[in-house]
Design a binder for this molecule. Structure first.
Ligand SMILES: [Zn+2]
Length: 267
C-alpha cells in the first residue's frame, strides 16, 4: 500500500451510492425547521499543477460545486497560476483562492507541526503572513480572497490576532480547535477529512468517515477537507458520488469562503 493513500481508498464499499445518499438524507432530516445546511469543500496544498489537480477542478466544474483552494504562497509562480486559473474561466466565482501559510514548513522543534506556532516571535509571524498575502495578491490580483488556512490546521493565538488586525475575513482550522478566536474573526472549520486519515484498516476508515459526515450534516455545518495529491482512482470515484448527491439536495447550500463571508454565515 502506498504510504500516501489512506487505507479506506484501497477498498470502496460496494453499495457506496446508497451509503452516501442515506448519510446525507439522514443528516438533513434530523435538522428541524426551515434552516438550510451549509457545505463547503477546502482543497489544501495547492500551488503545483498536476493530473490530480486538473481532475479535481474538472470534477467540481462538471458537478457545479464551489471550491475553496488553499494556496501555498511561496510555491506559487506566475506560470503555475496561469495553469491553476485555467479551469472554468468563464465562471471564476466557482473558486475561492486563499492563503495556506507562507512556505508550509514546520518551525516547531517538539510537539505538533506548525508553521505559525507559539514558539515564533510576533514579528516573524507577521512578516510571513504579510509576505504570503502580498505575493498572492500580486500574482492572483482580484482572484485572491483574504481567508487564512494555517498549515496542519493550527496556529497560535497571536497569529489569530494578527489575522484580525490585518483584515482577513476568516481563518479555517479544524473542528474543536482549542486556541480561542479573537472577536470578529470567524473560523470556517473543516469537520470531515477525506484523505489524511490514519486508520490502518479500510472498514475502520469508512466507519469513521461516515460518522464525521453524519455529525457534519446534522450540525448544519459541513466543511470537507481535500488533499488532491493523496487521491487515487477510488478517492475520485467517491468524490464524484459525493458531489453529485450533494448538488441534488435542495436542503443544502453549497458555498465557498467568499460566499460565507458575504452572507455573514454565523458559525
Ligand atoms: Zn497543508
Amino acid at each position: 500500500m502506498s504510504p500516501n493513500i489512506a487505507a479506506l481508498w484501497h477498498r470502496l464499499p460496494t453499495d457506496l451510492n446508497t451509503l452516501v445518499s442515506d448519510c446525507i438524507h439522514g443528516g438533513c432530516q434530523s435538522v428541524h425547521g426551515p434552516d438550510t445546511g451549509y457545505v463547503f469543500f477546502r482543497a489544501d496544498d495547492v500551488a503545483v499543477p498536476g493530473k490530480q489537480f486538473s481532475r479535481m477542478m474538472e470534477l467540481f466544474a462538471t458537478c457545479g460545486v464551489p471550491l475553496s483552494l488553499a494556496v501555498v504562497p511561496a510555491a506559487l509562480t506566475r506560470p503555475r497560476w496561469q495553469y491553476l486559473n485555467g479551469f472554468e474561466r468563464t465562471n471564476p466565482g466557482r473558486w475561492c483562492w486563499h492563503q495556506h501559510g507562507w512556505r508550509h514548513v514546520n518551525h516547531e522543534t517538539e510537539g505538533k507541526k506548525q508553521e505559525f506556532g507559539a514558539t515564533r516571535t510576533p514579528a516573524a509571524l507577521q512578516r510571513d503572513l504579510v509576505q504570503g498575502k502580498m505575493r498572492l495578491e500580486r500574482i492572483m490580483g482580484e482572484r485572491f480572497y483574504p481567508v487564512f488556512t494555517p498549515p496542519w490546521n493550527r496556529c497560535s493565538r497571536r497569529t489569530l490576532e494578527l489575522l484580525k488586525e490585518l483584515g482577513y475575513a476568516a481563518v479555517s482550522r479544524s473542528r474543536g480547535s482549542k486556541t480561542a478566536l479573537p472577536g470578529g474573526l470567524p473560523d470556517y472549520y473543516v469537520n470531515v477529512d477525506l484523505h489524511t486519515r490514519k486508520e490502518k484498516r479500510p472498514a475502520e476508515g469508512w466507519k469513521n468517515l461516515f460518522a464525521e459526515l453524519t455529525q457534519a450534516f446534522t450540525s448544519r455545518h459541513c466543511g470537507i477537507m481535500i488533499h488532491h495529491r493523496m487521491m487515487n482512482a477510488a478517492a475520485f470515484d467517491f468524490l464524484e458520488i459525493l458531489l453529485k448527491t450533494l448538488a441534488d439536495n435542495p436542503k443544502l447550500k453549497l458555498v465557498h469562503f467568499k460566499d460565507m463571508a458575504e452572507s455573514a454565515v454565523i458559525l
